[in-house]
Ligand binder design. Structure first.
Ligand code: ZN
Ligand code: ZN
Length: 276
């Protein structure tokens, strides 16, 4: 019990250390783009960033406690037949395939999170009105668990080896930081292939036409293929959810436990796709 406690504290300490490099990286980007206004932007998003780091620590403790009871899941060899195919391919191709399949799975999982049944536990991610790279850490623990189980579970069913699962998680994690950063960047013609920071800002936009669009994390081709792509230019409109999803951190943690949260429609009806 004491060992488990020290392990969890150690995990939280390591996670906080892992924020230092991205923090320096994104602050440098902000300074290059905004110069002295970067300090003002930092102050503006500080309260939301404290919320995001707090929920990251909470999730680490929650997942550490849960995952110690779920270790048996990793011993199930569900994709044994398919794993022989991956073993015959070069590692870079296996990692690319895992990332591509992982984003396809993530696209549909994220779309499902915008349905009435999962929206109450996904709303916390959308409640950040001052989006920054740290918004990636703003997830309800239920949302963190569903992502872990659905994404990693289905990739395991496809027989991907552990190194490809780790690589996929790292790529999605760091690319996730990038698309949540406050960067006014589109990719021009490459928008049709990759998700840009502006494309994901539109996913967080608080206007009805933007709801239920731009679900992918890395490959925008999934949004284009399934009719949810929408990037009408740079995103300068307010971000967040246009109604109260619990207020402070405790209120937002309790939001999925309230029946009334499930009676609201998700942010809005399905939006049409608009290619630009
Ligand atoms: Zn979402
Ligand atoms: Zn997001």
């Amino acid at each position: 019990m004491i060992d488990e406690f020290y392990n969890i504290i150690g995990n939280v300490g390591t996670a906080l250390q892992h924020l230092i490099f991205p923090m320096l990286f994104f602050f440098l980007f902000a300074y290059l783009l905004k110069r002295k206004q970067a300090v003002t932007a930092f102050r503006t998003c500080l309260p939301n960033s404290i919320f995001n780091i707090s929920i990251m620590c909470f999730n680490l403790i929650f997942i550490s406690l849960i995952s110690s009871h779920l270790k048996w899941l990793y011993s199930i060899d569900i994709g044994e037949n398919l794993s022989q195919i991956w073993a015959s391919l070069p590692e870079w191709l296996v990692i690319l395939s895992a990332t591509f399949c992982g984003d396809f799975i993530g696209y549909w999982r994220h779309r499902f999170e915008h349905s009435r049944i999962l929206w109450p536990s996904h709303a916390m991610h959308h409640s950040d009105t001052q989006m920054s790279w740290l918004t990636l850490q703003r997830f309800h623990p239920f949302n963190r668990m569903s992502t872990l189980i659905i994404d990693t579970g289905l990739l395991m069913c496809l027989g991907f080896p552990p190194y490809a699962l780790v690589a996929n998680n790292l790529i999605r994690h760091y690319y996730g930081y990038f698309i949540h950063a406050d960067l006014p960047w589109n990719y021009g013609a490459w928008n049709k292939v990759f998700v840009s920071p502006v494309m994901h800002q539109w996913h967080h936009a608080a206007e009805p036409a933007a709801y239920n669009t731009n679900f992918a994390t890395i490959f925008s081709i999934f949004d284009r293929a399934f009719g949810t792509y929408r990037v009408p230019g740079l995103c300068h409109i307010p971000l967040g959810v246009p109604y109260n999803v619990g207020g402070n951190i405790l209120g937002q943690l309790l939001y999925p436990f309230k029946l009334s949260s499930y009676l609201k429609k998700s942010k809005a009806p399905q939006a049409k796709s608009i290619d630009t």
